[in-house]
Design a protein around this ligand. Sequence first.
Ligand code: NAD
Ligand code: K
Ligand code: MN
Length: 361
Amino acid sequence: MKTYRIATIPGDGIGKEVIPAGRRIMQELARQGGLRFEFQDFDWGGDYYRKHGAMMPADGLDALRDKDAILFGSAGDPHIADHVTLWGLRLKICQGFDQYANVRPTRILPGIDAPLKRCTPEQLNWVIVRENSEGEYSGVGGRVHQGHPIEAATDVSIMTRAGVERILRFAFKLAQSRPRKLLTVITKSNAQRHAMVMWDEIALQVSREFPDVAWDKELVDAATARMVNRPASLDTIVATNLHADILSDLAAALAGSLGIAPTGNIDPERRYPSMFEPIHGSAFDIMGKGLANPVGTFWSVVMLLEHLGETQAAARLMQAIESVTADPSLHTGDLGGSATTEQVTEAVCAKLAELAPARAA
Ligand code: NAD
Ligand code: K
Ligand code: MN
């Protein structure tokens, strides 16, 4: 039996509550047999920054390099600027390990009172693929004459042919692997007439490698309306770093809450460990109270297990999650309930124990 080396990075805010819960779930899965994990926990984040002046050590990536996967909480501290926490930790790992595909599934889980609850689970089953290495979050730009009336500032969005081509190919491949074989390519090529026009051209070119995938294009603003009005017309969606960031928070809210949505920052070539995390942030308003919804983390663990090829354990965990969301008495505050992180975690563990494969005598 292989032992998987897992790095856990709780980070800040409710990350410190949901990541231990995710680890507890993984330990329960391991207890049932068939799987083994060796965890290493990293105390990087806001508190580390206060002590050391950086969100993570300079050689931090080296400590992660030999891991099979990373489970991440959130970077964001009420007393440190958001761009410092984001660039100092999460983006350092995503970019350092070239995790260029950010994959964000959305489904309506049983029992959840979602704004799009008129949809059956079959009608709302999306995967948003976010370009995760360049574009609007390239980090290139600057400010001149800071604070003066003539100040000017830029954030340059860099799109490379290689970067766009690889994310589009990843998205077409993913769409091809799903039952509906349907891909929507999101751009804003009417207004952004350089890089986005290049996206459209490359999409057409890559599409020829996937004749069995039906695909269309949508402008990002129109896409928000389509998500609300015609959710069943979408399946796999691919967009730039910024556009997909926004669309996926909308998707999570339409499906019920930011607190349940998972994501994977994937290196499809598997040169480096991939990183899985709930899409939410530190949630300053509820942190430290034990009220955070751990479902986004648990679903991220499902994605982590799928990435490791542990599809049976992944399916069992997803089934346990769905049986727990189906029970409103196990809903946390974001879903209109009053359950605690602890109660939801215990309930998922109990369900997992129930679903555990019978052990050989
Ligand atoms: P947020 O996701 O932290 O919170 C938005 C709202 O959703 C809050 O009302 C919060 O209480 C609620 N919420 C989020 N997750 C929840 C959960 N699991 N259970 C219950 N309620 C939940 O977004 P924000 O307020 O924009 O950001 C707060 C901080 O987190 C900022 O510093 C931001 O930069 C950071 N952030 C980090 C990441 C990341 O590390 N990937 C992602 C988003 C935001
Ligand atoms: K997160
Ligand atoms: Mn975001």
